[in-house]
Design a protein around this ligand. Structure first.
Ligand SMILES: [Zn+2]
Length: 248
């Protein structure tokens, strides 16, 4: 039964660092979050420059916490009969690098408990290479609508729904698939159709626009490092936003 093991979380580490910062003032008076234990140390600029604007623009380190979720947190994305219970899911709260070339501390991704720690590693890699992400919100923000989440160019994972054009559960229903920058990386039907008109231009996979994923690039490699496959490699319909543990 998945998700019955002890919760592995960085909460303690983060709490410890916050406490340490409270004593030593390592936040430098900024309202930015403290650096996490896994992050690179604060830069000389961040600590030595008293100006608020310099502190604001200094790159912040990646931080993450893995938290438990309940059915109440997944009001629209989970229901009875879904293949994984809320106890088998986790909310990763993490920093992501934005399309505005700034750090964003408030990313939220609901995933399978078994995959949470691996996915933190992947997203830390994406952060470290400054791969930009438009937004990262649970699909519950979109009342569970996959269409609306995609339309908003949202990066998300868990959603208890069927696979596109299928009557069986999607890997998203297990929290074992992630969709990234859904407009820049559209689902392209076998006949070439893209359901979101503003995203049709991204059928051109030679595009070098920010967020566009290419075969063999660092994003594909980051997921491959945990054994996850990419929908851009499917034959027929291609799902350029989609990474999953099963490769489907
Ligand atoms: Zn997907």
């Amino acid at each position: 039964m998945p998700g019955r093991g002890p919760i592995r979380t960085t909460t303690f580490t983060a709490a410890f660092i916050v406490a340490t910062c409270a004593m030593t003032g390592c936040g430098g008076g900024s309202d930015k979050p403290a650096q996490s234990g896994s992050a690179t140390p604060p830069t000389a600029t961040a600590t030595a420059t008293p100006s608020a604007s310099a502190t604001e623009t200094a790159p912040q380190g990646f931080q993450s916490q893995i938290k438990r979720v309940t059915a109440a947190d997944l009001k629209y994305s989970w229901r009875k009969g879904c293949p994984v219970a809320p106890s088998g899911l986790r909310m990763i709260e993490m920093t992501y690098w934005g399309m505005d070339d700034k750090t964003h501390p408030g990313g939220k991704l609901v995933v399978n408990a078994r995959a949470a720690r691996d996915l933190v590693k992947v997203f830390k890699r994406l952060y470290d290479i400054r791969y930009p992400i438009r937004r990262m919100e649970p699909v519950d923000v979109y009342k569970g609508s996959d269409f609306d989440s995609i339309e908003a160019d949202n990066t998300s994972a868990f959603n208890c729904r069927n696979a596109t054009g299928s009557t069986s559960f999607s890997q998203h229903a297990y929290g074992l698939a992630v969709d990234i920058n859904t407009c820049e990386n559209p689902y392209v039907y076998a006949d070439g159709r893209v359901a979101h008109k503003d995203c049709v231009k991204y059928k051109n996979r030679k595009s070098r626009a920010p967020g566009v994923i290419h075969a063999g690039d660092k994003v594909v490699k980051a997921f491959a490092s945990i054994g996850w496959g990419w929908g851009g490699e499917w034959s027929g319909a291609k799902d350029y936003q989609h990474f999953s543990s099963s490769g489907r």
